[in-house]
Design a protein around this ligand. Structure first.
Ligand code: CTP
Length: 456
């Protein structure tokens, strides 16, 4: 019985790998292009600057169609950080070949780097100036670590494990939890690599994750579980130490939701393995507006759509700020007796949308929670300020008429009164709230986010 299941799993994984592994042609194109870029950089850079390839393409852990390359210019540690960045960026700009239709964007990690965009072949190359280091204690900024990650993966991974990383990345990506960026708050490429190294294989990773209990601190280097002190040190229940830097938790960006989803989909795959965990299940986003309306009618909720324009700044910051504003809105709604069911966000082309699903409400009064009876001053003043007061447990509560009898009145009210702190890169005057109204283009974005959220 077990062997039949194992054979089935083997064949599913080999089919998945067939989809996820870049074709020979893709590998050849990427290698030729990165060699060219590195050659151009070597000609322009001083002799003591090492030009190396880093990231998943150099390690052989990239997945098909995401072969963007990372090239590092490693400067000797003697120069100061600012002059290293300036020199690096000047050199990187010089090698962009406009005649071939190449252009660049300046991007920011902890410090600036250049993204070269080539149309033919269609590849993006991140060119990152950093310091040449042998150990993490020498590092200036966090990008300096990448060269150490490269050494760790290249020295320790078997070919089979590199393929298992691809399987894991594909599995996570298909369920929208691949990537450490603010939009996803999931598992980065390096974290996927460390999970495979720690557990040995894709299947072992899934079985261990399916039984995961928190808190946990894992040291992949020694493949051991560390004491809870590490959880306290990193202020996190889920810690995966960086083998190249024991002061970094590589899982710091993983949200509770992403980890929970990983656990659930691992269990489901182990119970009922299928290729459907890697690809397929395409959904149509035609008529997204009517799909959302149908959903609303079926469950009887309202959809509050908050649209806004954003300033031209890095996506990462915009996502962080939009999430912050959403959290604030949810908290205010909650405080006023409206319980948000689901909130979905998307940002595209200079504008953003937050859709909050809420039950239909029309309130007359709301219950407010006051202080503990033990806090004398606070309870005295709460009792003075409120009329209908009562006790629940050790807390004083009150019942109050509310002018914010619907979520719309509340949200409009807080916008007018500036009770909502609008993050700096969201254009305050552009914020608009509507009830159950949405453009087809925004509906497409929100419907996609809804599918991503609910595909478990
Ligand atoms: N890196 C990291 N932590 C992150 C992002 C990046 O340590 N949150 C380092 C890793 O060494 C990573 C490298 O920077 O390998 C390049 O990052 P990126 O290009 O984002 O990811 P890849 O690992 O190359 O994975 P892929 O492109 O396959 O998604």
């Amino acid at each position: 019985m077990a062997t039949i299941k194992n054979k089935r799993i083997e064949s599913i994984l080999s089919e998945a790998l067939g989809i996820l592994k870049p074709s020979d042609e893709e590998i050849m194109t990427t290698t030729t292009f990165s060699n060219q870029i590195m050659e151009r950089l070597r000609i322009e850079a001083p002799k003591d600057v090492d030009i190396i390839m880093a990231g998943s393409v150099s390690r052989g852990t990239q997945i098909r169609g995401s072969s963007d390359i990372d090239i590092f210019m490693l400067f000797p540690k003697t120069s100061n950080s600012k002059s290293m960045e300036d020199k690096g960026m000047r050199i990187a700009k010089r090698i962009v070949d406009k005649k071939r239709g190449e252009y660049y964007k300046i991007k920011y990690a902890e410090h600036p780097y250049l993204q070269l965009i080539s149309k033919n072949p269609p590849i993006k190359a991140d060119i990152v100036p950093a310091f040449k280091i042998k150990d993490s204690y020498e590092r200036g900024s966090s990008v300096d670590r990448t060269q150490l990650h490269n050494v760790f993966v290249m020295e320790n991974f078997t070919k089979k494990q590199c393929d298992d990383v691809r399987l894991l990345k594909g599995f996570l990506k298909f369920h929208s939890i691949y990537g450490a960026e603010a939009k996803i708050e999931g598992f980065s490429g390096y974290l996927s690599e460390l999970l495979i190294y720690n557990y040995g294989s894709f299947m072992n990773t899934l079985s261990s994750i399916s039984k995961l209990k928190l808190p946990i601190s894992i040291d992949p280097k020694s493949r051991s579980i560390l004491s809870a002190e590490k959880n306290i040190y990193f202020k996190s229940d889920f810690v995966i130490l960086d083998p190249t830097d024991e002061n970094r938790n590589v899982a710091a960006a993983v949200s509770k939701e992403a980890l929970s989803k990983f656990i659930l989909i691992s269990r489901r795959f182990l119970k009922n393995p299928s290729i459907d965990f890697f690809y397929g299940n395409e959904y149509s986003d035609n008529n997204s507006k009517s799909r959302l309306n149908a959903l609303r009618t079926k469950y009887g909720f309202d959809m509050y759509n908050i649209t806004f324009e954003v300033f031209n700044i890095s996506e990462e910051i915009l996502w962080q700020q939009s999430k912050k504003m959403t959290k604030q809105l949810e908290d205010i709604l909650q405080k006023n007796s409206f319980n948000p069911i689901i909130s979905l966000i998307d940002i595209k082309g200079g504008s953003g949308i937050i859709s909050i699903f809420l039950n239909k409400y029309e309130l007359n009064s709301v219950v407010r929670q006051g202080p503990d009876v033990f806090i004398e001053n606070a309870s005295d003043s709460f009792m003075e300020k409120n009329q209908l007061v009562f006790i629940k447990g050790y807390k004083i509560m009150s019942l109050k008429h509310t002018e914010f009898n619907t979520p719309m009145n509340l949200m409009r009210g807080i916008l007018k009164s500036n009770a909502l702190t609008i993050p700096s890169y969201i254009k305050q005057k552009s914020i608009h709230i509507s009830l159950n109204k949405i453009s087809e283009s925004n509906a497409k974005l929100i419907y996609r986010r809804y599918i991503e959220l609910t595909k478990i």
